[in-house]
Every structure is written in C-alpha cells, then in structure tokens.
Design a binder for this molecule. Structure first.
Ligand SMILES: Nc1ncnc2c1ncn2[C@@H]1O[C@H](COP(=O)(O)OP(=O)(O)OP(=O)(O)O)[C@@H](O)[C@H]1O
Length: 121
C-alpha cells in the first residue's frame, strides 16, 4: 500500500515536470529557438555519423544550455513576481543568471565547432 502511494506520487511528480517543460516551450520564444537548434544539431550529428563520444559531448552541452535557459527563465519570473520595480540587486541577480546561459552557450558553440569543423572542412 505504502509502495503504491509512493509510486503514484512519483508518477505525479513526473507529470508536473513534463507540464513544466511544455509550459516553458509554449511561453518562451527562446525555448522554441533552442528546440529548432537542438533538432538541427541532431540532424547534423546523424548526417556526419558522429562517434559515441562525440554524441555524449553534444548531449552534455545541449543539456547544459537547456537547463541554464530554463533556470534563468525561472529566476526572471521569480524576480518579476517578487520585485517588479527596478532594483540594483534584481539587476545583479538577473544579469548573473543570464551570464550562466551565456557561459553554457559559449561552451556549446566551442564544443560544436571542435566536433563539426574537422568533419565538414
Ligand atoms: N526589476 C529590475 N531591476 C533591475 N534591473 C532589471 C529589472 N528587470 C530587468 N532588469 C535588467 O534588464 C535585463 C533584462 O531583464 P529581463 O527580465 O527583461 O530579461 P530578458 O532576458 O530580456 O527577458 P526575456 O526572456 O523576456 O527576453 C536584466 O538582465 C537586468 O539587467
């Protein structure tokens, strides 16, 4: 009985997490751009016949970009809710969160270049 309730609760948590991903994709134009970019990179990876290690690298950096973008969006929404007026501390928080996205995007771009440029050139 306890196990059944535990599994039901876990299934609900998965459902809420999937609802979160759908909400992110629906409400954020950035998310749709990431989705298109992810599909293009996956198609290029299949076309170029990447090795397992190359796929793992692409998966890790792609996941990093998605995760930082989602958390940055969450930070923005929290701050807009808690403090809609201009505040230097809010600027610091939002800028640092945006910086995390930039770091992950740069790492992803460099990784993509290291993998794809030798294959395509
Ligand atoms: N309440 C605020 N107080 C101080 N600075 C703010 C505030 N809101 C936004 N900013 C500044 O504006 C920048 C952009 O914030 P915003 O929330 O519009 O993010 P965005 O990335 O442009 O959002 P979106 O995802 O809607 O494109 C922040 O990085 C910060 O420098």
């Amino acid at each position: 009985m306890q196990t059944g309730r535990y599994l039901l609760q876990r299934a609900r948590s998965f459902k809420y997490a999937f609802q979160g991903i759908i909400a992110f994709l629906r409400s954020e134009p950035h998310a749709r751009i990431h989705a298109v970019a992810t599909m293009l990179v996956a198609a290029a990876g299949v076309y170029c016949g990447l090795s397992a290690n190359q796929w793992i690298s692409i998966l890790i950096v792609t996941g990093m970009v998605w995760i930082t973008e989602m958390l940055n969006t969450v930070v923005e929404k929290i701050m807009d809710h808690l403090s809609p007026e201009y505040h230097p501390r809010v600027k610091w928080i939002k800028d640092v969160a945006a910086g995390a996205v930039l770091v992950s995007a740069l790492v992803a771009a460099i990784t993509g270049a290291v993998i794809f440029i030798p294959i395509l050139c």
